[in-house]
Design a protein around this ligand. Structure first.
Ligand SMILES: [Zn+2]
Length: 482
């Protein structure tokens, strides 16, 4: 197995021009002559992107090259207006590293890193009119160059051998570890759902004991952690079935489909097809030893080691922590605590209700349209007695539906707990008047009959009254002390 992971850096501007690097803007509004490849325009290297690349290399235990040139990777495709991509070829900025990947069973698996190199992203094509969204059968294709020239780091592993049946699990654990590491470095928002982290997995099979690798396939652009595991497992089984029936594997790239299978794409290009040559418009990158050392000081502790400490702070079991990790909730809970919520409340929301919401809409937890600050605000409303837990769930649903900040959702939906006794009293009087038989029973000492009136009041106030207070007022109105 071999993994190639592309990561978009979250720099303010693009790799070789001053255009803003931002996701989600109107198409073709973040462009200039350089990233549109207009004649006579010249690239200028983004210093922040180089520093981020060096920090990523250091965090992956790589050697940082003291000198290296960019290269032109030539190919014609409409998402690439220059008809070449500026990349690094034989002189990458970072080489020979490794990452010790934590696995679910508490062990680690070392993935060796061949290289991490800098390049620029392409534009984005949207194909309309075909069932699949792919170009085959499309009637119209739209090109958006906002992404063209966004800084990318490609992290290439060495062949990962000997994983056997655990390959899918290890692939997922590796990409998860990489995502957490990059998030910890604060160099990318690593949103797989938005394409700021993309994964290609190479896979080949060989008989046990054989020394030569079999023919490999490359599954492109797998866009969630779950899909990484699914894609590797599918391709393992597919290749095994082909080989077991006496067939041969075709070397090719394959598309991953969300339903969990891969299909053939184009046959794989070789390096010669790209006619790489040194980029003449950019100076070599030659980071000084001082710069590399200064950047080394900024590398934080590995996130999974930091998590061990968090676990002790929160006083939770390995099992609870593993559930939070698997749900992708740890950083979200920690950030929510950072906004003032208790760790118990933050854990309860992210680890239960929001995980359920994420599963319902089939997205990763972090992709839910709610922030840790907003969850902390909901927790505060509950702590202040303005919301019950039940009403808080409705507020969170409102935030997820894009209705605004928690306080606003609470007001707009009329969810705040009614603290005003006169409002509750009016509803109690009305309910008693509407149910004279029940009222008589309570007056006659059948206190348990109060439940029906309490229920009617809760219904009338849409659950916004405090049920215990309602009961007190019902009993008082019927001359009972409770
Ligand atoms: Zn530009």
């Amino acid at each position: 197995m071999g993994m190639e992971v592309h990561v978009e850096l979250s720099t303010a501007t693009k790799m070789f021009c001053g255009c803003a690097n931002r996701f989600g803007a109107e198409p073709n509004t973040l462009v200039c002559p350089v990233c549109l490849g207009l004649p006579g325009s010249l690239p200028v290297l983004n210093e922040a992107a180089v520093e981020a690349a060096i920090r990523i290399g250091l965090a992956l235990n790589c050697d940082i090259a003291p000198w290296g040139r960019f290269a032109r990777k030539n190919y014609f495709y409409p998402d690439q207006p220059k008809n070449y991509q500026i990349s690094q070829y034989d002189e990458p900025i970072a080489i020979n590293g490794y990452l010790d990947v934590p696995l679910d069973d508490g062990t680690t698996f070392r993935v060796e890193i061949e290289r991490a190199h800098m390049e620029e992203d392409t534009g984005k094509l949207t194909h309309l009119g075909s069932d699949t969204g792919r170009i085959a059968g499309a009637t119209t294709s739209l090109a958006d160059f906002n992404r063209a020239g966004v800084p990318l780091i490609e992290i290439v592993s060495r062949p990962i051998e000997g994983t056997g049946a655990r390959a899918p699990e290890i692939a997922r654990a590796y990409v998860t570890a990489l995502r957490d590491l990059l998030r910890g470095l604060d160099v990318s928002d690593v949103r797989m759902d938005q394409g700021s982290m993309r994964c290609d997995s190479n896979l080949s099979l060989k008989p046990i004991g054989a020394t030569e690798f079999g023919t490999r396939t490359e599954t492109k652009n797998v866009n969630s952690l779950k899909s990484v595991e699914v894609a590797v497992r599918y391709e393992m089984r597919r290749q095994a079935a082909v080989l077991n029936s006496g067939g041969t594997i075709t070397q090719e790239t394959r598309h991953f489909h969300e339903d969990g299978y891969t299909s053939p794409g184009r046959s794989k290009e070789t390096a010669e097809d790209y006619r790489y040559f040194p980029e003449p418009d950019l100076e070599p990158v030659a980071p000084s030893a001082e710069l590399v050392e200064r950047l080394r000081q900024t590398i934080p502790e590995l996130p999974w080691l930091a998590r061990k400490r968090i676990q002790e702070d929160w006083g939770i079991s390995d099992e609870v922590m593993r559930d939070l990790v698997n749900a992708g909730a740890v950083e979200l809970v920690a950030a929510t605590v950072g906004h003032g919520a208790s760790s118990e409340a933050a854990r309860a929301w992210w680890g239960n209700f929001l995980v359920q919401k994420a599963n319902e809409s089939d997205v990763e937890l972090e992709a839910l349209p709610i922030t840790p600050a907003q969850v902390a605000a909901v927790v505060k409303l509950v702590d202040d007695g303005k919301l019950s837990n039940k009403l808080a769930r409705q507020v969170i649903e409102g935030v997820l539906a894009g209705e605004g900040e928690p306080e606003q959702v609470m007001t707009d939906r009329g969810l705040a707990l009614v603290r005003d006794d006169s409002v509750i009293q009016a509803a109690v009087d009305e309910a008693l008047a509407a149910n004279p038989d029940v009222a008589d029973k309570i007056r006659g000492g059948k206190i348990q009959a109060a439940g029906a009136i309490v229920g009617a009041v809760m219904k009338a106030t849409k659950g916004s009254a405090d049920a215990a207070r309602v009961r007190e007022l019902v009993l008082a109105a019927c001359g009972q002390s409770g």
